[in-house]
Design a protein around this ligand. Structure first.
Ligand code: ADP
Ligand code: MG
Length: 246
């Protein structure tokens, strides 16, 4: 029997800022190869949930197991978790004074201890994948937003992650560039990457998500297949949200 392995196992996690509960007993499992799309209004805790997966935010209560590692256990090597679970942000976060190629090789050389040659070979292969071989020697500032985000995705992939987290990867982009980034993400999905994606792109959610999760006020209030979610949401807040966004 092949019981699917859990990449993320979050149980009743709570995150408190001051006296405000950004996450209020959130439980979420993400299985190997699964694509989960997280939606919900601004301030509902989507980013906090993603960031708590690789401990960019420290949770106050609950349990977070990532690829079998208890991330709140002081004995867990958190850098290993972050190597396995890459994150792509709205704002790209590329190193502005390094070329595209250097952006892609730096962590490979420093963290993965690859030779420069090996790292560059991998980088060029990934630039090919995201359609940016011609930009290898360019600096991020000379690329469009869509190109920068594709570089950021390639940079995450250079670490051979087991999972990628995307936090509104297209929200900072001009409309004509959104498609090219979503296409790269769809390719990754097709290749079997395990993904958790916060996005307002409902077309992407419909097409790619195995499961859609709707958050409101720090809680997961509804989840289901895209078919369920887009045709028959039951929660009032989810209905309202969809009526506003679709
Ligand atoms: P979303 O990504 O769904 O818009 P966030 O996870 O960013 O929501 O934030 C959830 C709530 O937590 C928001 O009300 C936000 O103001 C609050 N919050 C997030 N980060 C911090 C912080 N560092 N300090 C205080 N409050 C925060
Ligand atoms: Mg957010």
């Amino acid at each position: 029997t092949s019981k699917r392995r859990k990449m993320v196992e979050a149980t009743e996690i709570v995150k408190i800022y001051g006296s405000f509960r950004a996450l209020d007993r959130v439980s979420l499992d993400v299985f190997d190869g699964e694509k989960v799309v997280i939606i919900g209004p601004s301030g509902s805790g989507k980013s906090t949930l993603l960031r708590s997966i690789n401990r960019l935010e420290e949770i106050d209560r609950g349990k977070m197991i990532v690829d079998g590692m208890d991330i709140m256990d002081p004995k867990t090597d958190i850098t290993k978790v972050r190597e396995e679970v890459g994150m792509v942000f709205q704002s790209f976060n590329l190193f502005p004074h390094k070329t595209v190629l250097e952006n892609l090789t730096l962590a490979q050389i420093v963290v993965r201890k690859r030779s420069k040659f090996e790292a560059e070979e991998k980088a060029m292969m990934l630039l090919e994948k995201v359609g940016l071989v011609a930009k290898a020697k360019a600096y991020p500032g000379n690329l469009s937003g869509g190109q920068q985000q594709r570089v950021a995705i390639a940079r995450s992939l250079a670490m051979d992650p087991k999972m990628l987290l995307f936090d509104e990867p297209t929200s900072a982009l001009d409309p004509e560039m959104i498609g090219e980034v979503l296409d790269v993400m769809k390719d990754l999905a097709r290749d079997g990457m395990t993904m958790a994606v916060v996005t307002h792109e409902m077309g992407f959610a419909r097409e790619v998500a195995d499961r859609v999760i709707f958050m409101d006020a720090g809680r997961i209030v509804e989840e289901g297949t895209p078919e369920h979610f887009f045709t028959a949401p039951s929660h009032e807040r989810a209905k309202l949200f969809l009526s506003q966004i679709l």
